[in-house]
Design a protein. Structure first.
Length: 378
């Protein structure tokens, strides 16, 4: 369930994920374009017992000692020595400022008496000279201290032909992946921040029980219609569910919710897409039919009345409820206000309730003044 929720969040904010990935990729490519190319070279050294000093049984003992790795690790520290590095730089006639972007590091290769010295820097020729010179000087220092074991070049460093960094393809691919991950995190964070606001907004607009508009929002839409087109024409209907009047406070809330949502679904099915449905109060629904005269509204709401007259199951296979719908209708005329339209609506639905022989009761007005002309029953 949570996975589907997160997937919906990501689907809604796909543009944020794409934007973050594009920005990350462009930043990586720009950084690579501005970066100084860096080269890398390595020299390898082999450590072995000295053939001039040790032979026979002592050679076997020396090999056993060499297997303990302490000798090889000690020799690696010679290659990493800062003093040896400084002496090499001085002998080469280089200044520390020239080598600010250069690094060197020696490691012992796994399961072998082999050391590898790696030098990194922007000049391929200079890093090769540094690697071989540091190695040569370290060999001299080691031979002065340790006579039992030899160390010599296995593979001298050679100038690299291509920089190892920057690598635009690798960096752009990695940046895109990281951008997608970061964009997904931002998308989920955005949805979690906006979700409470959206919930609050929906609570102001939609009735949580029936899923129709709230009365406040319905009135707002009616007022907008009046202000946008004061000379226009529209009709309002008020649906009363008399069958719920004595049960609304006693029925379990899930059943009330199911019944009212059933009513909302019927209204949406029978009305046009631009018609507005709102929950007026506990057992009343209000309907606005834009650009619809009274007779047209009466015909439409008669179909609604017929659909709502069918019994509703309170539970699948259980008791049924007769909604007993009554519908009052009023027509807007220039000069009508939201207040007098509301008053006429409530009066019209009471007339519909008393007029048992009509599916919907249309209350007309003359000259914009509320009246009680009831000669139009449908």
């Amino acid at each position: 369930m949570e996975l589907r929720l997160y997937l919906r969040m990501l689907r809604r904010s796909w543009w944020l994920i794409l934007l973050t990935a594009i920005i990350a990729t462009n930043v990586a490519l720009l950084a690579d374009y501005l970066a100084v190319p860096m080269y890398q070279t390595s020299a390898r050294f082999v450590v072995s017992p000295s053939s001039d000093v040790i032979s026979g049984r002592d050679a076997v003992s020396s090999l056993a000692t060499l297997d303990k790795r302490s000798i090889v690790s000690t020799y690696a520290e010679f290659l990493n020595s800062w003093r040896i590095y400084q002496d090499t730089v001085t002998l080469l006639g280089l200044s520390p400022a020239m080598l600010r972007d250069y690094t060197h590091n020696a490691v012992v290769l796994p399961d072998a008496n082999i050391l590898e010295l790696t030098v990194v820097g922007p000049d391929p020729e200079l890093i090769t000279t540094l690697a071989n010179s540091i190695g040569q000087r370290a060999i001299g220092e080691i031979q002065d201290v340790y006579k039992v074991y030899d160390i010599r070049f296995l593979d001298p460093a050679v100038p690299p032909t291509k920089p190892f960094s920057p690598n635009p393809l690798r960096d752009a691919s990695l940046a895109m992946v990281l951008g997608i991950v970061a964009g997904s995190a931002l998308a989920i964070l955005k949805e979690q921040i906006l979700a409470p606001l959206d919930v609050y907004r929906r609570r102001r607009i939609f009735d949580s029980v029936s899923r129709a508009f709230t009365r406040r929002h319905f009135n707002h839409r009616v007022q907008e219609q009046i202000e946008r087109s004061p000379d226009g024409l529209f009709s309002l209907g008020l649906l009363q569910l008399a069958g719920l009047e004595d049960l609304i406070d006693t029925l379990p809330q899930p059943i009330v919710q199911r019944v009212l949502r059933h009513v909302t679904d019927i209204l949406r099915r029978e009305l046009r897409g631009n018609d507005i449905i709102g929950r007026w109060n506990d057992i009343h629904f209000a309907i606005m039919l834009p650009s619809t005269p009274g007779q047209g509204a009466a015909r439409t709401l008669r179909r609604v009345h017929q659909a709502l007259s069918e019994p509703v199951e309170l539970e699948p296979g259980g008791d049924v409820l007769q909604l007993e719908p009554h519908i009052g209708i009023v027509v807007y005329y220039n000069g009508d206000t939201l207040q007098n339209l509301s008053q006429r609506l409530e009066a019209s639905v009471e007339r519909a309730r008393r007029s048992q022989d009509s599916a919907a009761y249309l209350m007309e007005t003359m000259d914009g003044i509320p009246g009680l002309k009831e000669n139009d029953r449908v």
